[in-house]
Design a binder for this molecule. Structure first.
Ligand SMILES: [Zn+2]
Ligand SMILES: [Zn+2]
Length: 99
């Protein structure tokens, strides 16, 4: 590997880490605030990518989380915002309110 290839790899890794950090849920942030922020900044890709990302960062992880969202009509992140949070608050989906 040449030096320039090596620095490309390092730069790529850095970009990935920064992307990880800016899309990570904030300390104490609830799903509602997080999903609003991510869908606003990065959009919805038709999956529950932000919901699962948020869920993965929680200490308390009800296993049925995704199924619960889907049962309430949340098959993607923007549907979660539009449909699921009409049922808000739901203490399993939203362990606490941060806003
Ligand atoms: Zn969507
Ligand atoms: Zn919140």
């Amino acid at each position: 590997m040449t030096d320039s290839q090596r620095s490309d790899v390092i730069a790529e890794q850095h970009v990935r880490e920064v992307a990880e950090q800016i899309t990570a849920p904030r300390e104490g942030e609830c799903l509602l605030c997080y999903a609003c922020r991510q869908v606003r900044d990065f959009g919805c890709d038709g999956t529950l990518r932000w919901g699962t990302r948020w869920h993965g960062a929680q200490h308390r992880r009800p296993r049925s989380f995704v199924k619960r969202l889907q049962r309430q009509g949340g098959y993607c992140d923007c549907q979660v915002l539009m449909d699921v949070f009409r049922h808000y608050p739901d203490d399993d989906v939203t362990p606490h309110v941060c806003h």
